[in-house]
Design a protein around this ligand. Structure first.
Ligand code: C5P
Length: 231
């Protein structure tokens, strides 16, 4: 499989366990996501090792700062050679356009996606920081803004994927966490979808952590998910 759709979230605290987990997976079947915890602990050296092992890496640091700083951070992610990076859409138009601009014209530039509204925020939380309307209204508005700024896509829940696919068109990448095979516990995820439902709703890439990383045989769990998607 040349374009694996599963992105395994390496939510572990240090390099040793991340590399041990990666060694039990297969770059032909999945990509890897390195988030704030692991990156803060293990840094670019770990990302380089994962890339050398043949994995494409989603550097999930959700940049949100002034345009100049975010543009420089995106350029650094591109230099590192990651496949995907993300920013917060709430950083606004100028910030997203600066990020886009920083990657323009680079060979093999990372795909740039935006987080819209964090799924941990409900309507009351959003209203408290001045975002009125339903979470869905906010997600849609921010996704459209990200698309207008030339970003490649957004991170969204599988349940929003169908709406965003309709509203933002084909080719706009939808990256969805909160995915659980039917036989797995939801853990702390509240609004889950099965891999098949997520893809059916229009998701391009599925971010999956614990159902794979905590499985007794991570590669077997990954294979089952890939088979479910392929059906
Ligand atoms: O273990 P699990 O499959 O729940 O991991 C999901 C991954 O996706 C975690 O790294 C989590 O931080 C991330 N994520 C999420 N919900 C979002 C954005 C990111 O679960 N809205």
């Amino acid at each position: 499989m040349s374009d694996p759709r599963v992105i395994v979230a390496l939510d572990v605290p240090e390099a040793g366990s991340a590399l041990a987990l990666a060694a039990r997976l297969d770059p032909k079947l999945c990509r890897l996501k390195v988030g704030k915890e692991l990156y803060t602990a293990a840094g670019p050296q770990l990302v380089e090792k994962l890339l050398q092992s043949g994995f494409a890496v989603f550097l999930d640091l959700k940049f949100h700062d002034i345009p100049n700083t975010v543009a420089a951070a995106c350029a650094a992610a591109a230099e590192l050679g990651v496949w995907m990076a993300d920013v917060h859409a709430l950083g606004g138009r100028a910030m997203m356009m600066a990020a886009r601009e920083a990657l323009a014209g680079r060979p093999a530039a990372p795909k740039l996606v935006a987080v819209t509204l964090l799924t941990s925020m409900g309507e009351a939380d959003a209203a408290e920081v001045g975002l009125t309307g339903t979470p869905q209204d906010n997600v849609l508005r921010l996704a459209r803004l990200a698309r207008d700024c030339g970003l490649d896509g957004v991170v969204c829940s599988a349940r929003e994927a169908a709406l965003l696919r309709r509203e933002c068109g084909a080719g706009f990448l939808l990256v969805t966490p909160g995915v659980r095979p039917e036989t797995d516990a939801p853990d702390d995820q509240k609004r889950v979808a099965t891999p098949r439902a997520a893809v059916g709703n229009g998701a391009d890439y599925l971010v999956i952590g614990r159902p794979i990383t905590r499985a007794p045989d991570p590669l077997a769990a990954l294979r089952r998910i890939c088979d479910e998607i392929a059906k």
